[in-house]
Design a binder for this molecule. Structure first.
Ligand SMILES: *Cc1c(COP(=O)(O)O)cnc(C)c1O
Length: 394
C-alpha cells in the first residue's frame, strides 16, 4: 500500500468526516510548490485555502517562528506581550486608526465583530446584523446564522436569531432591510466562497454613506481578501472607503492560526474587560509569525507583484475563454480570480489535481484560482498550460 492510502485509512478510523476529502496527502511545501507523501510535486494555486498567501513556508515566517518558539510560546492575556503590541500597532498603521482584538480564526474574528456591534447598539435595542446572500462568515453557530447560504444551517436549526440576509451589491435591498433594530451591515468586499462576486465601487460608497447616516456599523469580513491578495494590503483600500470594523484571519498568520477584529476609533472601546476574551488570541508565537508576514510583503514588494501577476494571469485566462465556449466569465481583483463555467467544475478540479495543479471549485461551477502573492510568470505559464490541456479534453 502507498503512504497516502495508509494515511487515508487512519482518517477513516479516527478523524470525523466533516470534509469531502480527496485522497491526497501533502508532506512538504515551499512557495508555490507542494509535494505529496509519495514524492509527487504539484503547483499550488490555492495554497492552504488562501492561508499561505505569501507561499508555503516563507523563510521570513519560518525563521521568525523558530526563533520565537525557543523564547516564549504563550502568555496569559492578563499580562502583556511586546509582540502582540507590535502586531496591533502594525495592523492599525496599515488599516485605519483604532484598536484590535486577537482571536484564532476567521469565525472567531467575526464573532467578536458581531458582539461589538450588538454591544454598541444594545441600549438602543439594536441587535440585528444585515448580511448578504451567498456570503460566508464561518462555522460557529453564530456565523452559520450570519452566513447567507442555507447549506451551512441545514440540520442545525434553530440558528441564533438576529441576522437578516439581502442580495449583494443591491443598495435598494439594503435600504429596505434597515429597521430600528439594525446594528450593523456585514459583508465580504469580494464573496470568495460565494463565487468571486466583487462589490462595486458605488455599492461600497453608498453603504458607507447609509451607515454614517443611521449610525450603523459597516463591518467588512476581509478574512480571505485581506493581507495583500487584491493588490492592496486590505481590499477596502481599492475602494477609497473605510469600514468601522474589519476582520482578518487566514493569510495574516503565514500558516499559523490567528483571527483579528479591527475596530475604528469610534468603536475601539466598546468591548470592555469581561465582555470578550480568547485564551490563545495574539500569543507571542502567532504575533511573531504575523509580523513576519507584513515584513515579507514589504521586503519583497509583494503587493506590486500581486497586481502585476494578477493582471497577467487574468489576461491568460481570458485567452482561454476565447478558446473554450464553456468559460462564461473571468472575474478578478489582484490574485483573487474566479472562472465561471457553464459546466460543472468538480471534474476540472480533479483533472487539474491529476495533472499536478491545485485549484478550487466553489458553488459547483466556479473555479477559484488564488496563487501565492510571490507567484512567478513562469509558474503562471505552467499552470495555464495545465488548465489548457485539461479544458481541451472536455
Ligand atoms: C474562511 C473564511 C471564514 C472562516 O474562517 P475560519 O478560520 O475557517 O473560521 C470567514 N469569512 C471568510 C470570508 C472566509 O473566507
Amino acid at each position: 500500500m502507498d503512504k497516502t492510502s495508509e494515511v487515508v485509512r487512519m482518517y477513516d478510523k479516527y478523524v470525523m468526516c466533516t470534509y469531502k476529502r480527496v485522497p491526497f496527502c501533502l508532506e512538504k511545501a515551499k512557495g508555490c510548490k507542494v509535494w505529496d507523501i509519495d514524492g509527487k510535486m504539484y503547483l499550488d494555486f490555492f495554497p492552504g485555502w488562501a492561508v499561505s498567501g505569501i507561499g508555503h513556508c516563507h523563510p521570513i515566517v519560518t525563521g521568525a517562528i523558530a526563533k520565537q518558539a525557543k523564547k516564549l510560546l504563550h502568555v496569559s492575556n492578563n499580562y502583556y506581550s511586546e509582540l502582540q503590541g507590535l502586531l496591533a500597532k502594525k495592523i492599525i498603521e496599515e488599516s485605519f486608526k483604532g484598536k484590535v482584538f486577537f482571536a484564532n480564526s476567521g469565525a472567531e474574528a467575526n464573532e467578536a465583530a458581531v458582539k461589538l456591534a450588538r454591544r454598541y447598539g444594545h441600549d438602543k435595542g439594536r441587535y440585528q446584523v444585515i448580511t448578504m446572500l451567498k456570503s460566508f462568515h464561518g462555522r460557529t453557530l453564530g456565523m452559520i446564522a450570519a452566513t447567507g447560504q442555507d447549506k451551512v444551517k441545514k440540520g442545525f436549526e434553530p440558528v441564533p436569531e438576529g441576522f437578516v440576509h439581502i442580495p449583494f451589491n443591491d443598495i435598494e435591498a439594503l435600504k429596505e432591510a434597515i429597521t430600528d433594530k439594525t446594528a450593523a451591515v456585514m459583508f465580504e468586499p469580494i464573496q470568495c466562497e460565494g463565487g468571486i462576486n466583487i462589490a462595486s465601487r458605488e455599492y461600497m460608497k453608498e453603504v458607507r454613506k447609509i451607515c454614517d447616516e443611521k449610525d450603523i456599523l459597516m463591518i467588512l469580513d476581509e478574512v480571505q481578501t485581506g493581507m495583500g491578495r487584491t493588490g492592496e494590503i486590505f481590499c477596502f483600500k481599492n475602494y477609497g472607503v473605510t469600514p468601522d470594523v474589519m476582520t482578518l484571519a487566514k493569510a495574516i498568520g503565514g500558516g499559523v492560526p490567528i483571527g483579528v477584529c479591527v475596530a475604528s476609533e469610534k468603536f475601539q472601546d466598546v468591548l470592555t474587560p469581561g465582555t470578550h476574551a480568547s485564551t490563545f488570541g495574539g500569543s507571542p508565537l502567532v504575533s511573531a509569525a504575523a509580523l513576519a508576514v507584513f515584513e515579507a510583503i514589504k521586503k519583497e514588494k509583494l503587493l506590486q507583484n500581486t497586481k502585476k501577476q494578477g493582471a497577467y494571469l487574468t489576461k491568460k485566462l481570458n485567452g482561454l475563454k476565447k478558446k473554450y465556449h464553456f468559460i462564461k466569465e473571468i472575474r478578478s481583483m489582484g490574485l483573487v480570480i474566479g472562472v465561471e463555467l457553464s459546466i460543472e467544475g468538480e471534474t476540472i478540479y480533479s483533472k487539474c489535481l491529476e495533472a499536478g495543479l491545485l485549484i478550487n471549485c466553489t458553488q459547483g461551477n466556479i473555479l477559484r484560482i488564488m496563487p501565492p502573492m510571490n507567484v512567478t510568470r513562469f509558474e503562471i505559464d505552467k499552470a495555464v498550460s495545465i488548465l489548457d490541456k485539461v479544458f481541451a479534453k472536455i
